[in-house]
Design a protein around this ligand. Structure first.
Ligand code: ADP
Ligand code: MG
Length: 330
């Protein structure tokens, strides 16, 4: 009996030791950053800085980015560029780099992702209380300003038609996720998970060496399933269900616009999730593929040499998952 008891004690102590040796993750929420809440989970063993110092530095990086990239904060550089009536403006490096990257994704997606779609966000004002549906003349005027091919960016000098409204809402959160991951890895953080709105990043390794598990939301609520991912990977989901408002005509208006029509995208897709090693690309592509629709999204993926993964959910319930993903349906 005594032998059994001591064996139980030894097993108990061993388990206790294991638990004590597995570093607990450190989590924090930064509210109201980039129009969303930012969740940060760190396995910070290996870093010289404390978890609190790392989180504070992440907050500084987000605030700095917002001061450059916000369309709605009148003091931000982007808002000032949009309000500027000169055809030629000089941009900061942050803004010029964001625009250069955006224009390359616009070319790749033939304009399904277009950073000049800002006038449509202003017109439909999904988060505000503007009259919906918009007046047809106002829609035509806003749509006329949406054209990334009318922009010329040389170095930091941007020439564009006056009235162009730049908006990085479809790419900035994914880009910022990557900026934070690069910073945290450089500081020696061993691994972690970030979530910025519909954008999740997993980086480094978990202390137990197991894959990161990321849940994917179902458009109708609840979960579609779970992805098993290794670091460093970015997951971005776009869907009409995220931000929408019902107009006086009873139609639901949402926040992802088809630059070809100037109207909320109506491609038959309910949501698109893109998984990529590139944060900005994951974000911009989830928006662009949502605009393109199911068949065009699959052709795009083939043409891109299958260099990203995706989950497409059609409004009729059909789901397409690229074969390299480890995805467990709920
Ligand atoms: P969320 O911001 O909800 O994560 P997305 O990444 O799909 O969703 O981005 C949607 C935002 O991008 C909109 O709120 C708007 O600011 C902007 N946007 C909408 N349609 C387009 C488009 N076709 N191309 C580029 N940006 C767009
Ligand atoms: Mg996006």
């Amino acid at each position: 009996m005594r032998r059994v008891l001591s064996l139980v004690l030894i097993v108990f102590l061993f388990v206790l030791l294991l638990v004590a040796c597995t570093p607990a993750p450190y989590s924090a929420v930064l509210c109201g950053k980039m129009n969303t809440d930012v969740l940060i989970t760190l396995y910070s063993n290996g870093a010289d800085k404390s978890a609190d110092e790392l989180i504070a530095a992440c907050e500084d990086l987000l605030d700095e980015a917002e001061q450059a990239l916000s369309r709605t904060d009148a003091a931000a550089e982007l808002a000032r560029v949009n309000a500027n009536m000169e055809t030629t403006v000089t941009l900061s490096d942050t803004l010029a780099d964001m625009l250069r990257l955006s224009l390359s994704l616009s070319r790749e997606t033939s304009g399904a992702f277009d950073p000049t779609a800002g006038a449509l966000s202003v017109l439909y004002d999904i988060t505000g209380d503007t009259h919906l549906p918009p007046d047809p003349d106002a829609l035509a005027a806003a749509k006329a300003t949406v054209d990334y091919t009318a922009l010329a960016l040389e170095g930091n000098t941007l020439s564009r038609p006056v009235g162009t409204v730049l908006d990085f809402g479809a790419i900035a959160k994914g880009h910022l996720a990557a900026v934070l991951v690069d910073y945290l890895l450089a500081e020696g953080v061993s691994g972690g998970v970030l979530s910025l709105g519909g954008n999740v990043a997993v980086f480094g390794e978990k202390p137990n060496g197991k894959p990161f598990r990321v849940a994917v939301r179902a458009p109708e609520g609840g979960y579609l399933g779970e992805l098993a991912l290794s670091g460093n990977t970015y997951v971005s989901t776009s869907g009409a269900y995220e931000r929408f408002r019902v107009g006086t005509d009873g139609v639901t208006y949402h926040h992802i616009f088809d630059p070809a029509t100037g109207k909320p995208a109506d491609s038959g897709l309910a949501s698109v999730t893109v998984v990529s090693r590139d944060g900005a690309r994951a974000d911009a592509l989830s928006t662009a593929l949502y605009v393109m629709g199911y068949d065009a999204a699959i052709s795009f993926w083939e043409k891109a040499g299958r260099n990203f993964d995706m989950i497409l959910v059609r409004e009729d319930g059909e789901v397409f998952v690229t074969p390299d993903l480890t995805f467990e349906a709920a």
